[in-house]
Each structure stands twice: as C-alpha cells, then as structure tokens.
Write a protein of this length. Structure first.
Ligand code: ATP
Length: 359
C-alpha cells in the first residue's frame, strides 16, 4: 500500500507572450513571466485587469489565443486541464455538498482510478496534514468557513500537483480569519515546497504572502518584483498608488550622474536613485514614513499640520505644504503634533522615495 507519498519536484510556470481574447475584449495582452519552482507568486490588480484569466490559463480552464505556456519546461499550451498536473482552489471552494469531507478529498484519486482503499489513505494523510483530523465524516455544511477552505486545499493537494493555484482564497472568510488562513497557506507552501500562483486584489495580502508579485493593470503587467521592490521602487504611478500609500509629488530632474538623479522638489535638491530617468519633470512617489516633520523647523520646507490621528503604534498626519498636501506617518508612540502647528518637512534619504519618469 502507499504510505510515504513520492515527493514530486516543484515545477516552474512560464508565460511567453500570452494573449487571451474574448471576442473584441483582450483580457490578457502579451504577458510574459516566470514563476520559479517552489515560489509563491501573486497576481495582483484591480477588478477586470486579467488576473483570473491568467490563473485559469495556467490551469487549462481557458486556452491562450496566442503565445506559449510551459509548466516544468513542458509546453502545455494546447493541453486540457486534466493533462496539466495542476490543481486549483476556487474562491467558492466548490465542495460537493452531498459528500463527506473524506469523500470530497478522496474523489480526485478515485476518478483517476486509484483503488478506493488507497484513495482514502491519501485523503486521510492530506486531511491530517492540514489539521482536519476527526472531521472526516462531516458534510461541508457542518464546517466553518475556515474549515471548508482547508478541505478545498486538501482536495487540491491530494494528487500532489506540480503547481497549486488559488483564486482569491480568502474572500469568503471574515476579516479575523483571513490573516490566519493566509499565514497557514504560506506555511504549507513553504514546508511542502509548492509552486503556487495566487490571485488577489488585496495589496496587503499580496505583500504578506508572496515571494514575488506580478502587478497587472489593463490586461498587462505593470511591474513584477518582490514585495519590498514594489513598495520601495515602484516603476510607475499605477504601482506606487496601488501598493501601499504614496504621496505623488512633482519634481524636476536637473542632473543625472549614473544611478543618481539630482531632483529639485519645491526648491530642495535631493540625490535619489533612479532607473532610467532623463532630465526634466518627473513625479516622486514618497512613502508616508519617508517624510520627517520637525517642530524645531530644521528641515528645508515649511508646512502646517492640518490633521493628526493617534493610532497607538503610529501617528498619521495631513500636512499642508508648498509641494501639496502630504500624508505622513510617524512611528513610535509620540505625542501627536497639534493641528495648526507650523512644522518643517524633510525627506529621509534614499528610502521610500522613487523617481517616476513622466510617461
Ligand atoms: P476580478 O477581480 O473582477 O475577477 P480579474 O482581474 O480577475 O477581475 P478577469 O476576470 O481576468 O479579471 O477579466 C479580464 C477581462 O476579461 C474583463 O474585462 C472581463 O470582463 C473579461 N472577461 C473575462 N472572462 C470573460 C468571458 N468568459 N467572456 C468575455 N469576457 C470575459
């Protein structure tokens, strides 16, 4: 009998210039990316940007109109879902309501012709792995939302797919559970060394669980990077705005020396790292904690505090200044500066400030 499961090698996923059209709608437009084996990569973006279509094309539930899809180096572009060795956890869980938890999980191996005894053994093993031991006989309707989600994950894992896909897996859970379940998914992915593609529209969730994030906008990739790269070095205004909060401030590049741009911001000259900025007007994306306020007026720009909210670990400010209204976050449990107080404004050097060429 089958006891120790053969641990399959995690596979890569590669898109080469993939386009998907539905009639006159282009849902995915010339998209290329690679998910390395054993990585969790999130497809992140607003509603309608094409992330679900991308996920469904990995699964083989939608066929590419153009381009090539490879899984583990194998061209699967024209293979059906059943032949791709990929499993998907659906947003709705899609559990069979008339079957027990155990039957739900054993169903996949059974239809693949695994003898019943072995199918049950495989299912029991995955249920134990995912912390559902003792609930095997229940119907899905007798489980909490979080437990149903785990059954869906056990069912997707039971055939040990090369790639596991999640379509907005937390959207049916309440806010408190969401955090725990996303940590569970990440822990499972890391301990089993799974290749995972994960769709969400929630930037915080993406930052928390991902090795890499693919940010999509209007059927295209806006930027790909680690959570930290996207946060610290957004390549465009869309990403700067979509990931975290950013102050978008106009500036003027007056000199470029290799990787450093000299940028005039409200008559203050800043030396900032840049990617491919030329001279002329740009936007700066400035994270709220990259701005320093000082009541002693030692900074180069002057402003006035308009709003202050004490939030325990941080104080959030709205500050009126010659370069616009700024959203500023200061950490450390300080006494807030009162609204109406004049302050000076300075920028922390080279962190949380990105130069974005005008496009
Ligand atoms: P959401 O977060 O709302 O699910 P999404 O980013 O996952 O959005 P997709 O579902 O991939 O976006 O849809 C991308 C575009 O393709 C949208 O304009 C959508 O209306 C369109 N689309 C998706 N599926 C179909 C279909 N079966 N027929 C026609 N158009 C479709």
């Amino acid at each position: 009998s089958r006891s120790a499961p053969s641990k399959k090698q995690a596979a890569s996923v590669q898109f080469r210039n993939v386009t998907k059209r539905y009639g006159s709608v282009t849902a995915v437009d010339d998209v290329s990316f690679t998910i390395e084996p054993g990585q969790l990569v999130t497809l992140l973006g607003p509603s309608g940007c094409g992330k679900t279509t991308t996920l469904r094309m990995i699964a083989g539930l939608e066929m590419a109109s153009e381009g090539q899809i490879l899984i583990g180096g194998r061209d699967v572009t024209n293979l059906s879902a059943a032949d791709r060795d990929v499993s998907m956890v659906f947003q709705s869980y899609a559990l069979f309501p008339h079957m027990s938890v155990l039957e739900n999980v054993a169903y996949g191996p059974s239809v693949q012709g695994v003898p019943k005894r072995n199918a049950i053994e495989m299912a029991m093993e995955k249920l134990a792995l995912i912390g559902l031991k003792g609930l095997e006989k229940r119907a899905p309707s007798e489980l909490s939302g979080g437990q149903q989600q785990r059954v869906a994950v056990a069912r997707a894992l039971v055939l040990e797919p090369q790639v596991l896909l999640f379509d907005e897996p937390l959207s049916n859970l309440d806010a408190k559970l969401r955090r725990r379940v996303r940590e569970d998914i990440r822990e499972l992915q890391q301990s089993l060394n799974l290749t995972v593609a994960y769709v969400t529209h929630d930037q915080e969730e993406a930052l928390a669980v991902s090795d890499h994030i693919i940010v999509m906008s209007n059927a295209r990739i806006a930027q790909t990077g680690t959570p930290r790269q996207l946060y610290e070095e957004p390549a465009n205004l869309f990403v700067a705005d979509f990931i975290g909060d950013a102050n978008i401030i106009p500036g003027e590049v007056v000199d470029v020396i290799g990787p450093t741009a000299q940028v005039n911001v409200g008559n203050v000259l800043l030396q900032l790292p840049h990617r491919n900025s030329g001279l002329g007007s740009v936007k700066l994306a400035v994270r709220p904690d990259a701005i320093l306020l000082d009541e002693a007026m030692t900074g180069p720009l002057s402003g006035t505090v308009r709003k202050a909210s004490y939030l325990g670990t941080q104080v959030e400010y709205e500050v009126e200044s010659p370069i616009g209204n700024l959203f500023v976050v200061q950490y450390g449990r300080k006494e807030p500066i009162a609204p109406g107080t004049p302050v000076s404004v300075a920028f922390t050097a080279q962190r949380g400030l990105a130069v974005i060429p005008n496009s």
